[in-house]
Ligand binder design. Structure first.
Ligand code: V4E
Length: 223
């Protein structure tokens, strides 16, 4: 299991030049559609749980238990989420957060597990509240801090919003202090200010298209 540590930034017109200057290697451009699900009263997202289907694959992002997103100064611009992709594990996490009794699971083939999971989501009244397509250009760079691999993504969402992300994936339980350092070092090389914080795609999407949901998350200090 992985923890994604990430910093979002506003892209200016010089970003491609800057990435080239710092030796970033382009990994390519690809497009994907995301669908995010929640209950009608926002049970998951109010707890900062983000369930999505991206091009047929499920993922749940949840705050890390050892390092919740209560911010110290150094962490102020970074987020820190555990990523879960196994559907049985996702289901167990969702049951726990929704306060549902866990039934024993039965062995079945991979296709059944996915179909059963999707049927279960329907039974739980989990519905799509956000759907958008992103065109992403990814770049890789090595950072001097403990040779960590840093990725920079430049995202363009189909509702007219662009954002950059500097991210590092670490194994669960690994100290994230050096990871933050790698991210900050990369941010400095790209000429980003220490306090400059950008809105994510989801934040902008909710603000524009789901104002009630957005207001509820702001009130709960999730966004
Ligand atoms: C909104 C949100 C999450 C959903 C995923 O958001 P994001 O990282 O913007 O998506 P994307 O497409 O870049 O996913 P990736 O390809 O990197 O997996 S997960 C956590 N949040 C909340 C959140 C927050 N509170 N603050 C910031 C700056 N970002 C996200």
């Amino acid at each position: 299991m992985h923890v994604e540590v990430e910093r979002k930034f506003v892209c200016d017109s010089h970003i491609l030049e800057k990435l080239k200057d710092i030796g970033a290697v382009c990994l390519g451009q690809y497009e994907f559609k995301d669908q995010y699900l929640d209950t009608a009263d926002f049970t998951l997202t109010l707890k900062d749980f983000w369930l999505r289907k991206r091009e047929g694959s499920w993922e749940l992002k949840r705050p890390t238990s050892s390092n919740p997103n209560t911010k110290t100064r150094a962490q102020d611009v970074c987020t820190n989420y555990r990523e879960i992709t196994d559907v049985l594990h996702i289901r167990a996490e969702l049951m726990s957060i929704m306060g549902i009794y866990a039934e024993p699971t039965t062995d079945s083939c991979d296709k059944d597990v996915h179909a059963e999971f999707e049927k279960w989501l329907q039974d739980m009244n989990l519905e799509c509240f956000a759907e958008y397509t992103t065109v992403r250009c990814s770049y890789a760079l090595e950072c001097e801090v403990e040779d960590q691999r840093v990725r920079v993504d430049l995202d363009q969402a189909d509702f007219g919003y662009c954002v950059g992300e500097i991210e590092v994936l670490v194994s669960e339980g690994v100290e994230t202090a050096s990871t933050m350092q790698s991210i900050e070092k990369t941010a400095q090389k790209l000429g980003l200010g220490g306090e400059q914080k950008a809105q994510g795609k989801m934040e902008v999407y909710l603000q524009r298209f789901r104002p009630d949901h957005y207001a509820a998350l702001l009130k709960a200090h999730v966004l």
